[in-house]
Write a protein that binds this ligand. Structure first.
Ligand code: AVI
Length: 319
């Protein structure tokens, strides 16, 4: 038991204890991604109702020549939260960058996918950086002085509330430097029934992904949350333009985490994730607020998903 407790990330314990004690209980979405959570997310990306991954992948494949023409080849590609680097080959194959820098918090995942990219593109040096891309980080010395293209696909920006998303975009600008480019994926606002079925699929995979957070809390923090006490719910919050994931108490329930008692009345929820959706103006405004000027935008025929290329602008004294 002691050995298990020692391996638990102290930030996980404090985020859970603090988040569940708030008037609106919430846990940061990043804790959804333990090994099982990452596997389940991977399964989500292949679900018929989860359109973002396949739409963005098809867009990249179809529009890469145009993107490459605007980016120019003499650059390094820096991918934020590279994960399994599944969308990267489209970029590398067409842009032929001077190097590829995948950044990911999970070292094991990072090295395995860096090795795969290395094998597929032997002419492109790969410099993996194990880091949390939301925190200050150093790019490898080997890419000093080379133009940079940041790559942030998947609509991961949507998982940040706009205030944090703006901070994150500014942080990317600081990391990459003025004049750098950013290719970012953003999910579009669309009819609510499509959004809800993407986040509450009939196969129950997203429900399992959300409920896995409680299993993780039980396992890693020695908690006793009953298995059947909470159910997954996806809600559209129209004013905030986002899909929210919640775990809703199915009955009055009490449990203990790390010696701390919690009581949830039936119907009370734990908010576990936000996924913001952006229309064309909202998307561009977000980039501008983060210090990036949009240069070009590509969408699929149904306008379900957008890829936007933007440039990091210097601070201006006047218009
Ligand atoms: C990782 N992220 C962009 C996904 C999304 O669509 O917001 C996470 C996800 N949550 C439930 N389904 C997918």
């Amino acid at each position: 038991m002691l050995e298990i407790a020692e391996r638990v990330d102290p930030a996980f314990r404090s985020d859970v204890l603090r988040g569940l004690a708030e008037p609106i209980p919430a846990i940061p979405a990043r804790w959804l991604y333990d090994l099982r959570g990452s596997e389940l997310f991977d399964a989500i990306t292949r679900l018929p109702s989860y359109y973002p991954t396949r739409t963005e992948t098809a867009l990249l494949e179809a529009r890469m020549e145009e993107i490459a023409a605007l980016v120019g080849g003499d650059c390094v590609v820096v991918e934020f939260g590279s994960g399994s680097s599944t969308k990267t080959p489209f970029l590398l194959r067409t842009i032929h960058p001077r190097a590829y820098v995948p950044i990911d918090i999970s070292g094991e995942f990072l090295l395995a996918s860096a090795a795969r990219v290395d094998e597929k593109f032997p002419a492109i040096p790969v410099y993996p950086v194990e880091a949390d891309f939301t925190k200050p980080l150093e790019l490898p010395a080997e890419i000093e002085g080379v133009a940079r293209l940041g790559f942030f696909p998947g609509s991961t920006i949507g998982n940040f509330v706009p205030r944090s998303a703006t901070d994150l975009l500014r942080h990317f600008r600081d990391i990459l430097g003025i004049g750098s480019k950013l290719l970012i994926g953003m999910d579009r606002v669309k009819p609510v029934d499509r959004l809800i079925s993407a986040y509450d699929d009939s196969e129950g995979v997203t429900a399992e992904f959300n409920l896995n957070l409680l299993h993780r809390i039980n396992r890693e923090l020695g908690a006793d949350i009953p298995d059947d006490a909470f159910a997954h719910q996806a809600r559209w919050h129209d004013m905030n333009g986002r899909v929210e994931m919640h775990l809703v108490a199915q009955r009055d329930v009490q449990f203990t985490i790390d010696g701390q008692r919690f009581s949830f009345a039936k119907g009370k929820s734990i908010h576990t994730e936000n996924s913001h959706k952006y229309g064309p103006r909202g998307a561009r405004l977000l980039l501008l607020a983060g210090g990036w000027t949009p240069l070009a935008e590509w969408t699929d025929p149904d306008d379900d998903f957008a890829l936007i290329l933007a440039e990091a602008q210097p601070n201006r004294f006047a218009p």
